[in-house]
Design a protein around this ligand. Structure first.
Ligand SMILES: [Zn+2]
Length: 86
């Protein structure tokens, strides 16, 4: 991962912009009805490795634990910040 190396040299705003571009790729044509605590539709990832990549990058930034799990509707994978209960 080269992202940890560049973390210190670029601003947070630039980093977030870059993360959004590179890592957060919602699955365009497949949608499930899973929602987060705020009632927003959860982002769906096509594969566990894609979700894990995004989760680990976000954990580097936020210093919070994240967990990936398979969508109950079997349409893909999700990330949650609630590691005890989905
Ligand atoms: Zn889902």
């Amino acid at each position: 991962m080269t992202i940890t190396k560049t973390l210190s040299s670029i601003s947070t705003a630039t980093l977030m912009k870059r993360l959004r571009k590179v890592c957060i790729k919602p699955v365009a044509d497949r949608r499930c009805n899973c929602r987060d605590k705020q009632g927003r539709l959860k982002k769906l990832y096509a594969s566990p490795s894609e979700a894990a990549d995004t989760a680990s990058t976000r954990m580097d930034v936020t210093q919070k634990w994240l967990k990936i799990y398979e969508c109950p509707e079997k349409l893909g994978w999700h990330i949650t910040s609630n590691i005890f209960q989905w």
